[in-house]
Ligand binder design. Structure first.
Ligand code: 13P
Length: 355
């Protein structure tokens, strides 16, 4: 089916996903990554346990009040809940749109520097996306990763390749009716100042939209998922939250077209509380463009929930999830009062994080 066939639906889906006061729950951890999370709470990484954990998330009462979409790993999109009903139906019942991670992971970038990577998975993507659509998915995610280093990363090659990959992906899944979430993550690894992050991020996002233009991506049917503009994790001068919010919005205003309906930030290793506070401050600033400024958090929505669950405590885990979902819903409207909901200040940063 051609992109023109899906245009109206893509706009509707993108607008529903980036509706004011709602955000996206990222639960698309690969089997290896969820294994690391489970290991931290002494739970075996079996299909049964993955099903039990994700099943509890998708049966949390009222989650749809705060969450517009959930990004799934392929296994979950085709999985049934323990009660026999499909995970897709569970999400639909809550009014949450199912999405799917479609990239096939990061690979070393030949000709790049140090640990630079490109994101794989373009082969056969239009066909795969069409299967995911038939299974109930309505949006997709592709995560490209760039790293800032003292010795010249990201290189122009890495910026070009990752931007091009994101644009090719976006165009491909739109052909099959899925809204692409375009995710150029800049890792927090490094000791650079916030100004350097801003400079690099502006360059990267501009390159992404240049590539989108060349691929004729339909921007009204897309979302951007960037990292926030923060200093490197090992930077000696820590920026204050107000400055982070200002720099992030300035970077977005300089690089994201007004035709994009929503910017949904990733949490990238920020603590649960910091992710909510920064988002809240951004939503208190006057903005030039009208894009919705929301969230698509993985760790910052699930950390307390996982710790509460420990393989058995479903009710406690659901309580922790709904608390963070509500907090971020408030933050996306600029009315979150820090500390009003239980949260964790624990830094969730992991060097060279893979998803
Ligand atoms: P974090 O919020 O944990 O960074 O994860 C979001 C995500 O989907 C990364 O690709």
């Amino acid at each position: 089916m051609a992109l023109s066939y899906y245009k109206e639906e893509l706009v509707k889906t993108a607008n529903a996903l980036s509706m004011k006061g709602k955000g996206i729950l990222a639960v698309d951890e690969s089997t290896k990554t969820i294994g690391k999370r489970f290991a931290s709470i002494n739970v075996e990484n079996s299909e049964e346990n993955r099903k039990a954990y994700r099943g509890l998330l998708f049966t949390t009462d009222d989650l749809g009040k705060y969450i517009s979409g959930a990004i799934l790993f392929e296994e979950t999109l085709f999985q049934n809940h323990q009660d026999g009903e499909s995970m897709v139906i569970k999400l639909n019942k809550l009014g949450i749109i199912p999405g799917i991670k479609v990239d096939k992971g990061l690979r070393p970038l030949p000709g790049g520097k140090n640990v630079e990577t490109f994101c794989s998975g373009l082969d056969g993507l239009v066909e795969r996306a069409s299967d995911y659509y038939s299974q109930g998915a309505r949006f997709a995610k592709w995560r490209a990763v760039l790293q800032i280093s003292e010795d010249g990363c990201p290189t122009n090659l890495s910026i070009k390749e990752n931007a091009w990959g994101l644009a090719r992906y976006a165009r491909s899944v739109q052909e099959s009716g899925l809204v692409p979430i375009i995710e150029p993550e800049i890792l927090m690894d490094g000791s650079h100042e916030i100004n350097r992050t801003a400079e690099i991020q502006e360059k990267v996002i501009k390159e992404v939209y240049k590539a989108c233009e060349e691929n004729d991506v339909f921007l009204e049917g897309t979302l951007l998922k960037p990292s926030m503009t923060v200093p490197g994790e090992n930077c000696s001068s820590k920026s204050n939250p107000d400055f982070i919010a200002k720099m992030t919005i300035r970077t977005m205003e300089r690089s994201v077209p007004a035709s994009v309906p929503g910017i949904v930030f990733l949490s990238g290793g920020l603590s649960e509380e910091a992710a909510s506070v920064y988002l809240n401050l951004m939503n208190q600033l006057d903005r030039k463009a009208k894009w919705n400024v929301g969230f698509s958090y993985g760790r910052a929505l699930q950390h307390s929930c996982l710790k509460a669950w420990r393989g058995a405590n479903i009710k406690e885990a659901q309580k922790a999830l709904i608390a963070r979902a509500q907090a971020n819903s408030e933050a996306s409207q600029g009315c979150y009062v820090s500390g009003s909901q239980p949260s964790s200040d624990e830094a969730l940063f992991v060097a060279g994080y893979t998803y």
